[in-house]
Ligand binder design. Structure first.
Ligand SMILES: Nc1nc2c(c(=O)[nH]1)N[C@H]1C(S)=C(S)[C@@H](COP(=O)(O)OP(=O)(O)OC[C@H]3O[C@@H](n4cnc5c(=O)[nH]c(N)nc54)[C@H](O)[C@@H]3O)O[C@H]1N2
Ligand SMILES: Nc1nc2c(c(=O)[nH]1)N[C@H]1C(S)=C(S)[C@@H](COP(=O)(O)OP(=O)(O)OC[C@H]3O[C@@H](n4cnc5c(=O)[nH]c(N)nc54)[C@H](O)[C@@H]3O)O[C@H]1N2
Ligand code: SF4
Ligand SMILES: [Mo]
Length: 858
């Protein structure tokens, strides 16, 4: 089997993967991001490339269409819309999961040929505050350091970053460095305890949005203790005095931390020169996200701790090509190649290079405003590419209605059905990972190739080609006449050379003679380069800026809703949701709430919680845990309308955004909470695909088919009929067991002697081994034995999955602990858990400490 050298399509770590058409997936030992490691999502990639659920041919108004008629329709509608309502009546909403070539072409079409800047992307929800903060401080959107700095640092501060789950391989690199250099210290600044806290020597459970107060306090401390690098600051930084003054005026109580905690953190930061401050969505996704970024950058600039080995600020990018998208200017307020929309010289140079009829002159609509313009009727045609805004945007019900309000909606996606493609008039089938070719840029500015190793399915086309095909039909064929992604990449590099006279950080000259086919992962401007140690920045005077920032007032709603990610799922789960072993980790939309709040609400673990506010409501499983502080709730962002009936968390998030970056505050919302008093709770395992029906329903893949967790308020008269409706099992023979005393009902369906579906209903949350029930599906076990919760082979029940790679369950692990495995290594030796990707090591450690909080549904 020949293996193809490619790059993981998930997070911004950008790990190298060796992949084979037979499903083989290995970490690439030669890739400098991961040196052979992969996390649970990367390891399971082979399970997600099947064609189940894929869109294989264009669809127009729900009917299969051929490419020519679909593309003609899109191009003619777009052209007619522009003719009638002007270029700004059109909008593209793109994604940090597009490849650089796709992104470049989309940006070129909108900004240079349609002549509007109405192209924004999901990076607005992700990196916009970092971009804005970088530009304010450095004059450019630059990540100064490299991954090696995280290993060389003496202190790594993780701010609003759950690196263990969201950038697992980077986390493991830090963990390995810490094991090798035990004096290294890790600080975790996060309102809740997470898997990343496991590695931390210090956890600062900051108040939501307390970060500006924390870092302003740090800057004041540095100034008070004469720790400002006066030489560096005087020669290379503007705004020093006023920023320190603003910091001194800050009340650090706004951080929510005690004087002792603050003193310990400030002493640690002050006492070690080699500090790297890593930040992610707990910083960016805030109404003061840009100020948070600058509060951090201020401390690094004041001390000259930037761009040198083992020190500097480090924005961990989320999506695989968040960086590439920024490079090609994918956001509505950028041009291309780190050039400025607002600079006439830049615009002219780009227009000349593109030989384009027009060029946009003013920034386009940012994501929230873009969908607001959809709701308001100003946008007449919308093209959504490689993102699922009907789920991932704040106030997602409103956004879904806004999309539905647009007269002509086009989507490019790999899947037939998502919450967004369900709203489109034209659905175009894109090639997915493994089928397409191109490049991505990871968090440390390293450009790597994604290479195809699978045949193109159906008539799906690469995104760059779909966009070029539409451009050609709009009359711009000459400028979009690419033979392949290599042509696009070459043009992108050539644009860099053609605009080299404009001073900026982006310098792609290292790729000038690169052979696209054999391109090895390479950083711009060159490998291992760090920016700014020489004190040269990109504001017109060559200096950096410290920016005075003011801490926001602390709001204390009764319940504050924080949102984020699970270890084994990727966003709206269109791909990771296919892998049973990934679904097994946390199979339901849940809400973490503190035991004290659970008491106050009289909620027991496993109960359902209803959250409500002005935007809407959700119903989630209670995960009672002291990981969150009283008054704070945390819920994952992954569930959609296709996988849950009331689990889309963005129904609750308000469209409030940072005034500078336009990034929505997805981490802080005010909600009320109450127990959802269900009359019945249920669990169904089935061989057939399931859809969510009941008031509470959460669907996920299993090794034998599908499962759904259920709850309802109305007790049906006929449970067998209800079971048929819930499982879609029209034909099978039903066996039913009821216990009138407890209200328990159990139904098994058999077809030709094999179990096709099992349903378990109870008046309280269903206590049952899910793994045992799932194992019965497709077997010839007797229905009553299956309903009794027995496994087909009467093997011991492994319990809820902890290690996704080797499918090691909690019960197996507890058994190993009982047999003397008292360390993570010993657990690995005994059960293999944690010995492949290592993503579950924090959970193994927590299990050993007896602190794990089991999922309700275990
Ligand atoms: N498994 C997995 N990995 C992923 C992704 C995925 O979907 N699944 N998505 C990728 C993408 S696109 C992104 S952007 C990254 C996101 O990566 P992260 O930003 O690390 O992940 P999140 O879970 O969104 O949020 C991080 C933490 O911010 C904390 N937080 C909330 N409010 C505050 C605050 O006011 N201050 C501070 N200091 N912290 C706060 C939350 O409690 C949370 O633990 O992950 C990437 N990696
Ligand atoms: N509450 C809350 N909401 C959030 C966040 C949060 O922390 N909390 N985080 C935000 C952040 S940081 C992000 S990045 C967004 C992510 O949110 P989205 O971008 O909306 O989520 P994805 O599920 O990654 O959507 C990617 C889509 O592209 C499709 N796709 C996959 N590969 C390809 C391809 O090659 N071509 C094409 N054309 N399509 C493809 C997938 O099937 C899927 O439908 O969510 C944001 N929303
Ligand atoms: S850390 Fe995991 S998800 Fe991120 S790139 Fe590496 S393998 Fe992929
Ligand atoms: Mo993101």
């Amino acid at each position: 089997m020949t293996l193809t050298r490619t790059t993981c399509p998930y997070c911004g770590v950008g790990c190298g993967v060796l992949a084979g058409a037979d499903g083989t997936i290995k970490g690439d030992p030669d890739h400098p991001a991961n040196f052979g490691r992969l996390c649970s999502k990367g390891s399971a990639l082979g399970e997600t490339t099947d064609l189940e659920g894929r869109l294989l041919h264009p669809k127009v108004d729900g009917q299969r269409a051929d490419w020519d008629s679909a593309l003609d329709l899109v191009a003619s509608k777009f052209s007619a819309t522009i003719a009638e309502h002007g270029p700004d009546s059109l909008a593209f909403y793109a994604s940090g999961q597009l490849l650089t070539e796709d992104y470049y072409v989309a940006n070129k079409l909108m900004k240079g040929f349609i002549g509007s800047a109405n192209i924004d992307t999901n990076s607005r929800l992700c990196m916009a505050s970092s971009v804005a903060g970088h530009k304010r401080a450095f004059g450019t959107d630059t990540v100064p350091g490299t991954y090696a700095d995280l290993e060389l640092a003496d202190v790594v501060v993780l701010v609003g970053s759950n690196l263990a789950w969201c950038h697992p391989v980077l986390y493991q690199r830090i963990a390995a460095a810490k094991a090798a250099r035990p004096h290294m210290r890790v600080v975790n600044v996060d309102p809740r305890r997470t898997a990343s806290t496991d590695l931390a020597d210090m956890h600062l459970a900051i108040a939501p949005d307390g970060d500006v107060a924390l870092f302003n306090g740090l800057l004041a401390h540095l100034a008070d203790h004469d720790l400002i690098d006066q030489n560096f600051a005087a020669r290379h930084v503007n705004g020093v005095a006023e920023t320190i003054a603003a910091a001194r005026a800050t009340d650090t109580q706004g951080s929510g931390l005690s004087a002792q905690e603050l003193a310990a953190f400030y002493a640690l930061w002050a006492g070690h020169e080699k500090v790297v401050t890593v930040y992610s969505q707990g910083v960016n996704q805030s109404s003061c996200g840009t100020d948070k970024v600058n509060a951090i950058l201020n401390c690094h600039l004041a001390t000259g701790r930037i761009g040198k080995p083992g020190m500097g600020p480090f924005s961990a990018t989320g999506q695989p090509n968040a960086m590439g998208g920024r490079e090609v200017g994918g956001l509505a307020n950028m041009l291309a190649n780190h050039l400025e929309l607002g600079e006439p010289d830049h615009r002219h140079a780009v227009q000349e290079f593109w030989n384009s009829p027009t060029i946009c002159t003013t920034p386009g609509l940012k994501a929230i405003d873009l969908f607001e313009a959809c709701a308001g009727g100003q946008i007449k045609a919308l093209w959504v590419m490689s993102t699922n805004p009907a789920v991932s945007m704040p106030d997602s019900n409103h956004v879904a209605r806004a999309i539905a309000n647009v007269p002509f909606v086009v989507t490019s996606d790999i899947m037939e059905r998502t919450d967004t493609t369900d709203l489109a008039h034209v659905c175009l089938p894109a090639l997915g990972w493994g089928e397409k070719d191109g490049t991505v840029t990871n968090s440390e500015r390293r450009i790597s190739r994604q290479r195809s190793f699978l045949p193109p399915p159906g008539s799906a086309r690469a995104d760059w080609r779909i966009i070029s095909d539409v451009a050609a039909r709009m009359g711009f064929g000459a400028a979009f006449d690419y033979r392949g992604p290599a042509d696009v990449f070459a043009e992108y590099i050539a644009l860099d050379a053609a605009t080299a006279q404009f001073p900026r950080d982006l310098d792609l000259s290292i790729f000038a003679d690169a052979d696209y086919a054999t391109l090895v992962p390479t950083q711009w401007p060159r490998n291992d380069h760090r920016f700014f140690a020489d004190g040269r920045f990109y504001h017109s005077d060559g200096k950096a800026r410290m920016v005075p920032v003011v801490a926001p007032p602390q709001l204390r709603p009764r319940f504050q809703l924080n949102t984020g990610r699970n270890r084994d799922q990727w966003h709206t789960m269109t791909r990771t949701g296919k892998a049973p072993r990934l679904g097994a980790h946390l199979a339901e939309p849940y809400v973490e709430l503190h035991p004290r709040d659970a008491d106050a609400l009289t909620a027991a673990p496993g109960d359902l919680i209803r959250l409500e506010n002005a935007q809407g409501e959700v119903i989630l499983r209670a995960l009672v845990t002291s990981r969150v502080a009283p008054g704070q709730l945390f819920a994952p962002m992954h569930w959609t309308r296709l996988t849950s009936s009331n689990g889309v968390i963005n129904r609750m998030t308000a469209p409030v955004s940072d005034p500078i970056s336009g990034q929505p505050a997805l981490k802080a919302g005010a909600v009320t909470a109450s127990v959802f008093k269900a009359k019945w709770y249920g669990f169904v395992a089935s061989a057939q695909a399931l859809t969510p029906h009941a008031p509470y329903a959460a669907v996920s893949r299993t090794v034998t088919g599908w499962q759904v967790e259920l709850a309802g308020r109305r007790v049906p008269l006929d449970w067998v009929a209800e079971a048929r409706a819930l499982t879609g099992e029209a034909e099978g023979t039903a066996s039913i067991q009821t216990d009138p005393a407890t209200g328990a009902v159990r139904v098994a369906f058999q077809v030709e002697g094999r179990i096709t579906a099992l349903m378990f209903i109870s008046s309280a949350p269903v206590v049952l081994s899910r793994t045992a029930a799932i194992a019965c599906i497709g077997t010839d076990i007797a229905p009553l034995a299956a309903l009794a919760g027995r496994t087909p082979t009467d093997q011991p029940d492994p319990g809820a999955t902890v290690c996704a790679c080797f499918q090691v369950g909690r019960n197996t692990l507890l058994g190993a602990v009982a047999n003397g495995a008292h360390s993570v290594t010993a657990l690995g030796d005994a059960t293999c858990a944690g010995t492949n990707c290592g993503s579950c090591k924090p959970e193994l450690a927590a299990l050993l400490e007896g602190t794990t909080v089991p999922m309700a549904a275990e």
